[in-house]
Design a protein around this ligand. Structure first.
Ligand code: ASP
Length: 348
């Protein structure tokens, strides 16, 4: 890009969500606006030192309707345009943004360009909107180069003055502009008077990998379920989960540092599921911190029967990683190994 110092080129991919809405002042209803007209809605974009192109879902969706086919659509747009653009900004609704952006992080191997997800709590056409700052700074993040290389070479999520590693985020607030948190990993950048990147925490492409082509994996398998423990959970609930036809993976949301009931019926059912070939990952229900298998007696049995250690992964990312690894047709041992290994900086 900057070898001849031309302006960075940024592709905005609009999938839907609140950010792309304007108010119809006659009816008061929110409706999607034509994203190709973005410069007229946000004239400030012309002041940015980059060339912006847009591409939009034909029918923008509320992110509650997000699914794995749309993940592939988003990733396909990026893959098709990877060589033509210096950076990508993906706009989705915030409700499922952590799931979607995590999934995209796994679908691309050797990603060396910024893919920044953002959205907003208020529509872009609203007077008090947070959309403009989120969008403008995301574009700036995606177009920041240093010594001819993009500063961000991973999938990020920018919201309310903070850039996070996407696969570390969780939506924590439906009301405040600060809608996301990354409890187990520091922000990659903070936007204040200056846009300050925290260089040591960013993913870097090693010298040997610089020449490697982008690999795009699109075989996701969504035969997964989340089983959240609660005091009083019955054997029939756990049993019905493990008997779901075609189920291949369960995210078991445990207490604290990976703890679960020690009752025989529970351990027996989980063991039975694992021996049936269902991959079960232990992920903590806590917003921050990590599973530490065997730390308490209440997780020793889970460790013994071969549960996968989710470490400090978020539930959203565990779902995405599960779908991704299931698509890779790995042996039981390989699956456990890759799940417990950081592939895109998603676990410590
Ligand atoms: N319901 C909306 C969505 O996720 C909320 C938002 O855009 O933030 O699509």
């Amino acid at each position: 890009m900057s070898k001849n110092k031309k302006k960075p080129t940024i592709l905005i991919v609009y999938t839907g969500g609140t950010i792309g809405m304007v108010k119809d002042y006659k009816t008061g209803a929110l409706k999607a606006f034509d994203f190709s007209q973005i410069s007229s809605k946000i004239p400030e974009l012309q002041q940015l030192h980059c060339e912006i192109s847009t591409i939009s879902f034909e029918e923008p969706i509320d992110s509650s309707n997000m699914n794995v086919n749309y993940y592939v659509d988003i990733a396909q747009i990026i893959a098709d345009n990877y060589d033509k653009f210096d950076g990508f900004v993906v706009l989705t609704g915030s409700d499922t943004m952590s799931y979607t952006s995590s999934a995209i992080s796994f679908m691309f191997e050797n990603l060396q360009k910024p893919v920044i997800f953002t959205g907003s709590q208020l529509p872009i056409g609203d007077l008090r909107t947070d959309a403009k700052e989120n969008l403008i700074t995301s574009i700036q993040v995606a177009s920041t180069y240093k010594k001819g290389k993009p500063v961000v070479q991973e999938v990020g999520l920018y919201f309310e003055y903070k850039l996070y590693r996407a696969n570390r985020t969780t939506k924590i607030n439906a009301e405040q502009f600060e809608a996301f948190a990354s409890m187990n990993y520091p922000p990659l950048a903070i936007s204040g008077v200056h846009l300050n990147f925290d260089y040591p925490v960013l993913l870097k492409t090693s010298k040997e990998k610089e020449d490697k082509q982008l690999i795009f994996r699109k075989k996701l398998d969504n035969n997964v379920a989340i089983l959240k423990l609660f005091p009083g959970i019955t054997a029939s609930v756990v049993e019905s989960f493990i008997n779901i036809p075609n189920l291949k993976g369960i995210i078991l949301e445990t207490y604290g540092s990976g703890n679960a009931p020690t009752e025989k019926w529970f351990i027996n059912l989980i063991e039975k599921a694992i021996s049936k070939g269902i991959h079960i990952v232990n992920v903590t229900q806590c917003a921050g911190g990590s599973v530490i298998l065997g730390h308490y007696e209440t997780s020793s049995d889970l460790k013994r029967i071969g549960i996968i250690d989710g470490k400090d992964i978020t539930t959203e990312t565990a779902v995405a990683k599960m779908m991704y690894l299931l698509g890779e047709k790995l042996s039981k041992k390989e699956f456990k190994h890759y799940f417990e290994t950081s592939l895109r900086g998603e676990i410590n």
